[in-house]
Design a protein around this ligand. Sequence first.
Ligand code: ATP
Length: 302
Amino acid sequence: MNAIVVEHISKNYGAIQALKEISFHVKKGELFGLIGPDGAGKTSLFRILTTLMLADQGTATVNGLDVVKDYKKIRQMVGYMPGRFSLYQDLTVEENLQFFATIFNTTIEKNYHLIKDIYVQLEPFRKRPAGKLSGGMKQKLALCCALVHEPSILFLDEPTTGVDPVSRKEFWEMLKRLRDNGIAIMVSTPYMDEADLCERVALIQAGQILQINSPANIVADFEKDIYGVKGEHMHALLQTARSYPGTFSCFAFGDQLHLVLKDGETNSLGVQQYLSERINGDFTLQKIEPGIEDCFMYLMEK
Ligand SMILES: Nc1ncnc2c1ncn2[C@@H]1O[C@H](COP(=O)(O)OP(=O)(O)OP(=O)(O)O)[C@@H](O)[C@H]1O
């Protein structure tokens, strides 16, 4: 059975169409990523699936239960970590956790095994108000609070936004351990590089899903050539490559530019010559293997 099934869900806020006929499923015990920029509709989808908001159209089930009719049962079995405001800033670490355990009619001790790995890192700060924790620590505490009633599905809305790269890595390692314990996880992120850490990902933009697959399959199915461009004058290269009439898109990625040509530009000779005529100094242009971020950038531009 699937952990989550979404069928033709739409949601409008007045004239704004936040979700347009979204359909997908998440398997039991899967780590599923929802990748998309600000305003893509991620939070709206989370709120519908966690029974906090009604969709205008379509149906959704969580653990086989309907999000409208069975909302009370669903609330007992899911853990939800909203992007912001999930902690009580004036309560201490310990009091926050205690609070979430109590509202779910359970105790920290009963489910300590689930949060132990994460909570040991918070223990030195257990008397500190949540508002005085670092960003990474806040997110760890919020995850503990979402886990303390032993949910079978976790919904995490941008848990790594604003968190430093080391803490982000640690956070994803925790998610993998939870997934290994059989918890299905749906996690959203605006960081495209985090897509590779999920079993399957959906790319969402302007309320629509552009692609759903495993990261490896998304890359394997990518039909365009990507060229890596490097040189002494990167800014001039970027501007000039973008001005070439056959360029579809060109972005700075790490220490080089990633260039995609328009359909019909079958090789790189034209752009190579165009750059040579306009760029002072050396540069190289060569075909490179696409990464998941290239695929997403292309789909979003398209
Ligand atoms: N209560 C609301 N009233 C009006 N518009 C809203 C409301 N909530 C969201 N929106 C709009 O709906 C669209 C989708 O928002 P949503 O918060 O679901 O996206 P998101 O991907 O989670 O982005 P973000 O990370 O910025 O929250 C955006 O255009 C947003 O401005």
